[in-house]
Structures are given as C-alpha cells and as structure tokens.
Write a protein that binds this ligand. Structure first.
Ligand code: ATP
Ligand code: MG
Length: 376
C-alpha cells in the first residue's frame, strides 16, 4: 500500500468570494478540524489550498470520509509531496503506478518560478527513460502534478467535494424538522449555503423521550455528519392541540404553521439565528398555497429560507435517497394532528390567522411548550 504524505484540499466558491475569503477559509479549516480532531492531524493553509498531515496511515480513510461531508470543498485527494525538480517528481510518480498502468500527466502551476513550465515537465516525462509505467494522453488514469512555491504535489485520485460554503459562514439557522421526506433535504441545502443548523422538532408524543428515541434520532444522526454537534429542540405539541380544540378544523393547519414559525423565532432569539429554514415547496400539497404561506409567516422577523422551493417532489426524493434519510422518512410516524387535517383552508388571510392566534393565546402556548422541551 502506498503511503501518502498528506491530503490536499481545494476550496471552490470560497476562492471567488474575494472579500470574505480569509474568514471563509478559517471557517473551513475550523470545520475540518472539528470533524477530524480525534486523529490529531495537522491542517496547514498553503495559499489557495489546505494540506492535512495525518499522523497514522489508518487515519487517512477516516479523514477522507469526513471531507466527503464537509461543505466548502471543491475537490480533495491524497498526495505525495516532493521538491520542484523533474527527477524527484518522476521518481515519486514511479511509486504511484506500476507497469500495468497507462497514465495521462496533467500539470498545473500556481508558482511560475521553476526552471520548467508545464509543457516542458510533461515533455520530460515523455522523454524519460526512467518511468516504470506507460503514458497516454487519452488515458482515464491520471497523474495530477501541482507545482507550488513550496514544492510539488502528486495526486492520482481527485475526489469531488460537496461544494457550497463552509457551515457557519452564513450564520445560524433554526431548521424546522418534521418526520417527513422534505425537511432533512432542506436542512442539507441550508448547510450547503453556509448556515449552521439548530433543529426544532414538534412531536405528538406525551413524552419527549418517545420522540428522541424514534426515527428522528437516526435522521439527526445523518444530518450531524455535515455539522457535528448541532443542537435539537424536541417540543411537545399537546399544549397547542388542547388550546386549539375550539377552532374550526380547516383553520388549524395554517395556525399550526404560524405557531411553528413563532416558536422557531423564539428559539432563533436564544440561539442567535437570523434564519428559519423549512422544507416547504410551493404547491406540493393542497395547503401549500401562496396565500397560506403568507398568512403563516406574517409578522415573523427572520429570513425564512425554503431551499426546496424550486424542486419537484421526485427531485427531493432522489436527494433524500442519496442523503440516506428517505427510508427513515417513509417509516410510519406519529404526526401532529394538524398536519392531517382534511380539506384545510387554502386561502387564509394573515389577519384571520392573527385573530385565531390571539383567541387561542398561542404566545402562552409557546412559552409553556418551551418549558416542556428537551434540548439535545
Ligand atoms: P416534510 O416532508 O418535511 O414533513 P411536507 O411536505 O410533509 O414536509 P408539511 O408537513 O406541510 O410538508 O410541512 C412543511 C414544513 O414545515 C416541513 O418541511 C418542516 O420544515 C415544517 N414542519 C412540519 N411539521 C413539523 C413539525 N412537526 N416540527 C417541525 N417542523 C415541522
Ligand atoms: Mg410533513
């Protein structure tokens, strides 16, 4: 087995964001360091890329696994490092390939002070009598050589990163998480845009522990791979259900949604979050009308981010499968009653919702529900 010197990490969009570049890079470095702290690896910034120097060979696969769920990375790969000399580059490349390999050599130079340019370096490979593998510029197998001021890196496997922005670089968000298919996917896209999530789940059990030990636990475990340690609020719905018994059933759904936004706003204050994220997508169900959405969000003093607005259900499902939450989401789960209202009103007006809100004293419902909540 080949022993690599380091794992090289390239940032995508970050590099383009001139103004906040340094802040974003240090955020990315911090996030990676959080993910791989157990390995004790060193992370070193070298101009436009990071190098992760792992302590033990066995750590490399753990680090690669963590990088696959880190936003803000365009690509990464294990590399061998050497000095900027043709002979040493060729000799290191001989350790990476064997006689059965046919290889395409690709050179990029971020440092122009070498005695050779990219073409000349490839030429030296072609004319070298010392290669222990074959060359073919059309081969699928590649050797990527990167020339930097500090030396050369050689890589044969560029692994595509998730792109996006490092989690936290856009601030914090309260993510409304249900047991359904959509909200875990919306959480993923919120993280992709640099939001650090705190999850809020309203459940229909009498005990928080029933929700905490349900499939929600698994869904959250998957989402935490992208943002380790994110908090979750488990909030019971029974106080809301009791308080709204006297209102017509058809209004309950929009009132429940206003309640969700209001309680999210309360949690957002506590968690210093400027954004609320939902898995809503326009017109997906009868109740997700423009009118109902406006009525539900009326008076909410946060940016409401709906990452799935432009997605078809089939696209969301395929993303949920890729994420690994789909089979959990379709498992039976005790839904909050309001969600299952038959024939909900589709044209609610904001004022109407506000009247119902005050009638049921939802502010008090929120305070009492929060007292009963668990934060994990
Ligand atoms: P999902 O599949 O995410 O449940 P959905 O298509 O079933 O979405 P709704 O049930 O109308 O749609 O919910 C829309 C959004 O409201 C959800 O994506 C989620 O963000 C939020 N939401 C719904 N129910 C809850 C809940 N019990 N706790 C927290 N948030 C919720
Ligand atoms: Mg739902």
């Amino acid at each position: 087995m080949l022993k690599y010197d380091a794992i090289e990490v390239h940032f995508g969009e970050l590099w383009l964001k001139g103004m906040n570049r340094n802040e974003f890079i240090s955020r990315l470095k911090h996030n990676i360091s959080d993910m791989i702290s157990a390995t004790g690896a060193d992370i070193v910034l070298s101009r436009d890329r990071l190098f992760i120097y792992h302590k033990k060979e066995e750590d490399a696969s753990e680090i690669i696994g963590a990088l696959k769920s880190t936003f803000g990375i365009s690509w990464f790969g294990p590399v061998l490092l050497t000095k900027n000399s043709v002979d040493s580059i060729i000799s290191v490349s001989n350790r990476m390939f064997s006689a059965d390999d046919t290889v395409r050599v690709s050179v990029s130079r971020s440092y122009k002070g070498t005695t050779f340019d990219s073409k000349e370096l490839v030429g030296s490979f072609i004319h070298s009598g010392n290669l222990n593998y074959k060359l073919d510029k059309n081969s699928d197998k590649a050797l990527y050589i990167s020339i930097m001021a500090s030396g050369a890196s050689l890589c044969k496997e560029k692994i595509k990163g998730l792109g996006g922005l490092p989690v936290g670089s856009s601030g914090r968000a309260v993510v409304l998480l249900s047991g359904g298919i959509d909200s875990p996917v919306s959480a993923l896209y919120a993280m992709k845009r640099g939001l650090k999530p705190t999850y809020l789940h309203v459940h229909a059990f009498s005990d928080n522990s029933d929700a905490e030990n349900s499939k929600m636990n698994e869904i959250i475990r998957i989402l935490r791979k992208f943002s380790p340690g994110s908090k979750v609020y488990f909030i019971p719905s029974h106080i809301f259900q009791t308080a709204t018994l006297k209102i017509p059933r058809k209004y309950e759904l929009v009132l429940f949604r206003r309640f969700l936004f209001k309680i999210a706003e309360k949690v957002a204050e506590k968690e210093d979050a400027e954004v609320i994220v939902t898995g809503e997508s326009l017109g997906q169900v009868a109740s997700q009308t423009v009118k109902n959405m406006i009525a539900a969000q009326n008076g909410i003093n946060r940016l409401i981010f709906r990452p799935l607005s432009g997605f078809d259900k089939a696209e969301i499902i395929s993303k949920a499968k890729e994420l690994g939450t789909y089979t959990l989401s379709i498992m039976p789960y005790k839904d909050v009653c309001s969600i299952g209202v038959r024939n909900p009103s589709t044209g609610m007006l904001p004022d109407k919702v506000s009247v119902l809100y005050d009638q049921c004293d939802i502010d008090a419902v929120i305070n009492r529900s929060l007292i009963l909540s668990d934060v994990l």
